[in-house]
Design a protein around this ligand. Sequence first.
Ligand SMILES: O=C(O)C[C@H]1C=CC(=O)O1
Ligand SMILES: [Mn+2]
Length: 372
Amino acid sequence: MSSVIESIETLLVDLPTIRPHKLSMTTMACQTMVIVRMRHSDGIEGLGEGTTIGGLTYGPESPESIKTNIDAYLAPLLIGQPSGNVHALRARLNRQARGNAIAKSALETALLDAQGKRLGLSVADLLGGARQTHLPVLWTLASGDTQKDIDEALLRLEQRRHCDFKLKIGANPVDQDVRHVAAIKEALGDRASVRVDVNQAWDESTAVRGIQALQDAGIELIEQAIPAREHAGLIRLANRFNVPMLADEAVQDARDGLDLVAGGFSGAFALKIAKSGGLHGVLELAHVAQAAGIGLYGGTLLEGSIGTTASLHAWATLPEMAWGTEMFGPLLLKDDIVAEPLNYREFGVDLPQGAGLGITLDEDKLAHYARR
Ligand SMILES: O=C(O)C[C@H]1C=CC(=O)O1
Ligand SMILES: [Mn+2]
């Protein structure tokens, strides 16, 4: 008899960050992940992760809402269903539950992990096969202090850990932010690509002033300068400047991507499994971008090792991404809940091998960090 989904357990796991991570909307000292353990009648367990940033400061789902909504609404839709048809299960969830993209992404990850283990294939294999097994990874400088950021970047360069850096700005007045960014770019010179993420903090006229100065300072990419829903404004900025715009919060899924393209956007899209409700959804967005000549960027919501690995399996199926990836989440955390951490080397990370995600939990660490 074929396998069915037997139980779905969700755990809130709190891991401290290696340093305060200062973003335009919040400063993080800890990351909370929702870990999904999905058990099937054939004895296989699938792992998933749903993670956001800073409670409700980043988006409409919080770690607690992700857990509650899986427990109360989404898990009951899956339990007792045949394990193996991921598309049928996605459709079932989407028919009965609106939104909740992060929760759905965690569940789809667990389904794919289990199906891969069942068939002896990696998640990338299930998605058609990996085109890359080593992916570039940038580092985000967000200590809140210019000199500390410069020292951190120089160390990462020296270690051959990262050579692309994203600076989180938008919490301070625009001129102060521009001075901070320009000082870092000046210190790193041609050794590094420097980009900024404003996380929606500016209005359009502030953005015009800020982006002009950042372009003059040699910044290579401007991420989400204005609020997510201001698609027309983002398209105007993309057409006004030479430095490309990276749409992040503005582009959740393929539908948003199509609207931006149809409106005349050019530049790049940040792909995140969490925004698009999972790996298949994010690849649909990637395909819209590819058809429209929009650059690809493998994005993160600062997931731990499970969510980061799931994303890597999706990115691995794509051709080389124009702007690389930011799959550094596990490096921002002081500890890990997996037995074998991801291998970061040579300015990038290796795609884990093995069936499913290719990840094993460290049960002691999980028990230690799980919220009681
Ligand atoms: O891009 C975001 O908005 C989220 C995130 C990615 C890196 C980081 O530091 O925060
Ligand atoms: Mn962003």
